[in-house]
Design a protein around this ligand. Structure first.
Ligand SMILES: *Cc1c(COP(=O)(O)O)cnc(C)c1O
Length: 371
């Protein structure tokens, strides 16, 4: 008999979430139609220790707003890492700017600051860095390079809610930070995102862009009148109600992610593979436990996924180098192009048990030893 399916991720929903969502659906209309949104933004900003927060319908939308609010225009170059989810880069294309792919570090799988600096040209306008799978980028080095070259930085912390660097929350260090509340992420609103910043004018611009271009401070301000067109990436009050419950439970959610990772580490650290690192002065919230099988080991990940799905266990491929996708041109980013083939993500949903982690690890161990 097959054991119960082990999904890669799914949200943790309790009575608290149900209470707030029920309240929002029963009462959150008319004058109260923004109450949970305002509350969610305030609680999120407080958690991040950021001055401003703007809830959005997705992280993809938040990145699009962030780039526009920072003044990125068609024809500009934006530096991005090779290894990330495609959503980090698509908004660069929406604007007609050009993504410049930079290789990652071998241990953190995050952008290599030295190669990032080497990629800067007179056309570079901004840099998007990504704390991939919860692992922190080297933010001191990144921010000092950006400052030296007068460049703006967006911190894509969609996978790193709750990770920290020198005591600062991931997403609170650069000019703008962005988050995702998709159902697979550490906390969820179903779909949803957030933009945080300490820069008042960036937040104001993002808000205007997110409201069809309506500017309440425009001297000619009249109902339904606007100077420029905008966009609409808004979060609903219903989603925000879910978000309020999740941010109230954020420490519990992150502690469980860290416990799950520790279980994996106990089982796997003596095997020939590398796991998510947690460097000195950082905290990793371990959104997705990830391993890269050592080069010395024969490992075909497509076969491994088949093997795992025969055991009813969900596992995922480490991101392809983005420049290897058909719509881009292959770049010579050797580390990314080498490690991805041996990289897999393991289940980390909040209700995962120690027994289930042990089962996943023993199957992995059997698989690599059988070869
Ligand atoms: C999930 C994710 C996004 C996109 O989030 P959506 O809310 O689905 O738009 C962006 N960047 C990274 C790194 C992600 O993992």
């Amino acid at each position: 008999m097959k054991q119960k399916k082990i999904p890669i991720n799914k949200p943790s929903i309790t009575e608290l979430e149900r209470t707030y969502v029920n309240d929002a659906v029963a009462n959150g209309w008319g004058e109260k139609c923004y109450n949970y949104i305002n509350l969610f933004e305030n609680k999120f900003a407080q958690y991040q220790n950021s001055k401003y927060a703007l809830a959005t319908s997705s992280c993809t939308g938040a990145i699009h707003l962030a780039l526009m609010a920072l003044g990125v225009n068609a024809g500009d170059e934006v530096i991005v890492p090779e290894i990330t989810w495609i959503a980090s880069v698509e908004p660069v294309l929406y604007i007609g700017a050009k993504p410049v792919f930079v290789d990652v570090l071998r241990d953190s799988w995050c952008i290599d600051p030295k190669k990032m600096e080497a990629a800067i040209t007179h056309k570079t306008k901004a840099i998007i860095v990504v704390h991939v799978y919860g692992n922190m980028c080297n933010m001191d080095e990144i921010m000092s390079i950006a400052k030296k070259h007068n460049l703006l930085v967006v911190e894509d912390a969609a996978e790193a809610l709750g990770s920290e660097y020198n005591g600062k929350k991931a997403g609170s260090i650069a000019d703008v930070g962005v988050f995702s509340f998709h159902g697979t992420k550490t906390m969820t609103t179903g779909e949803g995102g957030m933009l945080v910043t300490n820069n008042e004018s960036v937040c104001e611009k993002a808000k205007i862009l997110n409201d069809h271009g309506r500017n309440p401070k425009d001297p000619e301000n009249k109902m339904f009148w606007m100077r420029d067109y905008g966009y609409k990436y808004k979060m609903s009050n219903l989603q925000a109600a879910l978000g309020v419950a999740q941010i109230e439970r954020i420490n519990e959610l992150i502690n469980k992610k860290r416990l799950i990772f520790k279980w994996y580490w106990d089982e796997l650290h003596n095997l020939p593979c590398k796991l998510n690192p947690e460097h000195e002065n950082t905290k990793n919230s371990y959104w997705l436990p990830t391993l890269i099988v050592d080069e010395s080991i024969q490992f075909d990940r497509e076969n491994f996924f088949k093997f795992m799905s025969e055991h009813n266990i969900d596992s995922r491929p480490f991101f392809y180098p983005l420049s290897s996708l058909p719509m881009f041109k292959n770049e010579n980013n050797k580390i990314a192009y080498n490690i991805y083939k041996k990289g897999i993500n393991l289940p980390s949903y909040h209700d995962l048990t120690l027994e289930e982690v042990k089962l996943v690890c023993s199957l992995f161990n059997n698989y690599i030893n059988k070869k």
